[in-house]
Design a protein around this ligand. Structure first.
Ligand code: GDP
Ligand code: IMO
Ligand code: MG
Length: 425
């Protein structure tokens, strides 16, 4: 398969884990390029369910090489826990995981700062973060005071962390939180390092060689375009570039080695956490989508907000990422609906918007302009080919393709591997 960047097109949880799992057998290497264990990528294999937070979803395929790129932020304790959990479930890790020594480390104080900031914010300013310390870690990276995975292996690590904690504890105390004990933190980190040390290395020459050898890479995006730090619904976003450009800066693979960008998009919309969501449904239809789609956060268990498909957002997302092809997911969740709405534009203060406005105060007040289509009221999860779908379902999907200008490659009609219709790829 061509070198492909897979990106969430909405607010995350589009079903990226499932699509990665389907495509992994067709590539040589799967690489995460940004985010941290705020991600929760679910893969269902028969009766088994795996939720991967830091490890690339390709780990579930025997022999598949996986990389955690330099753009990811890594909580060593969480990573060690995930590695141990997979091993306990009989998945061999061997030498097929490489964690970039340039990836920044998430320490417990990042989580504490994340929680403090959320607690100190006024209700309308709360982001609803996963409290995994993601924002403070990327903040440290940009402020040039972070520690990187390679530092965990350095003999000076205890000193580096102790020095850093002097400032961190002053900040925590100023925010009314308890300071953290450096010795305890060092010993906890060193314990995790014993598990992960064999996997830490220089991913840059490794991936350079993969490219030179003509092997194929699948870049596993986390979060989604509307959570991107630059292009999302700022400030209600995460702290990394979830969009396609992040694949280059987050791995060191140059742009001219990327062949294709695949957008993963739900056939409706969800969001977990705070922030604007123009097509949100707070009525019984929203509740039905949440129930049928089992819309609970894979990381925090929080209920996800649900709403109609937003073509304004999808077009904006396609423009930024340059999507060549869609993987559309969760069509089966709409099976019971009599009619289905699609947002084709926004309106605010009498003005029509065909693209997502930057100003959050405008986006918050945007109301959707809807078109309506008939539902199909027939189960779709056992359909094996696109042609065999009910006509109304085909019409709906084809209309989403027309509205977004991106062709269909994969249509997912259930969480299982078998419920995947390959259309144009
Ligand atoms: P990710 O973060 O993008 O990987 O998505 P999550 O794993 O957080 O959330 C997607 C959820 O939808 C998971 O529970 C998947 O098992 C499930 N899922 C994925 N594709 C489909 C589908 O086509 N239909 C249904 N019903 N569930 C799906
Ligand atoms: P995957 O990869 C959905 C959301 C949080 C919050 C905001 C900022 O599973 O799609 P953070 O902890 O990153 O500082 O929180 O981003 N968020 C996600 N929402 N899916 C995710 O990942 C998310 N990762 C972060 O809910 O609104
Ligand atoms: Mg998720």
């Amino acid at each position: 398969m061509a070198n492909t960047v897979l990106v969430g097109a909405q607010w995350g949880d589009e079903g990226k884990g499932k699509i990665i799992d389907v495509l992994a057998p067709e590539v040589d290497v799967v690489v995460r390029y940004q985010g941290g264990n705020n991600a929760g990528h679910t893969v269902k294999v028969g009766d088994e369910k795996y939720v991967l937070h830091l490890l690339p979803s390709g780990m579930l395929h025997e022999g598949k090489q996986c990389v955690i790129g330099n753009g990811v932020v890594v909580d060593p304790v969480a990573l060690a826990g995930e590695i141990n959990e997979l091993r306990e479930r009989g998945i061999e890790i061997g030498d097929r995981l490489l964690v970039s020594d340039r990836a920044h480390v998430v320490f417990p104080y990042h989580g504490a700062l994340d929680a403090c900031r959320e607690a100190a914010s006024r209700d309308d300013k709360k982001i609803g973060t996963t409290k995994r310390g993601i924002g403070p870690t990327y903040g440290d990276k940009m402020s040039r005071v972070g520690l990187r995975m390679g530092d965990l292996l350095d003999p000076t690590f205890p000193q580096l962390l102790t020095e850093r904690m002097a400032e961190v504890n002053r900040v925590l105390e100023a925010m009314g939180a308890e300071p953290l004990d450096a010795a305890k933190l060092i010993s906890g980190t060193c314990e995790a390092t014993r598990v992960i040390a064999p996997f830490i290395g220089d991913s840059i020459p490794f991936l350079g060689q993969v490219v030179r050898d003509g092997k194929s890479i699948l870049f596993e995006g986390a979060q989604g375009t509307m959570l991107d730090i630059d292009f999302g619904s700022y400030p209600f976003v995460t702290s990394s570039n979830a969009t396609a450009g992040g694949a280059c800066t987050g791995t060191g693979v140059p742009p001219n080695k990327i062949d294709r960008v695949l957008g993963v998009i739900k056939t409706y919309t969800t969001r977990v956490g705070e922030g604007p969501f123009p097509t949100e449904l707070t009525d019984e239809i929203g509740a039905l989508l949440a129930k049928e789609g089992n819309e609970f956060g894979a990381t925090t268990g929080r209920p996800r907000r649900c709403g109609w498909f937003d073509a304004v957002l999808a077009r904006y997302s396609a423009m930024i990422n340059g999507f060549d092809v869609w993987a559309m997911t969760k069509l089966d969740v709409l099976d019971k609906l009599e009619t289905i709405k699609i947002c084709v534009a926004y309106e605010c203060d009498g003005k029509r918007y065909d693209s997502v406005p930057a100003n959050i105060r405008i986006l918050q007040r945007c109301t959707p302009v809807y078109e309506e289509m008939p539902g199909w009221q027939t189960p779709t999860c056992d359909v094996a080919q696109f042609e065999d779908l009910p006509q109304a379902a085909k019409d709906y999907v084809n209309y989403l393709v027309e509205l977004t200008g991106v062709k269909l490659g994969i249509l997912s009609v259930g969480a299982q591997r078998k419920s995947t219709l390959r259309v144009g790829m």
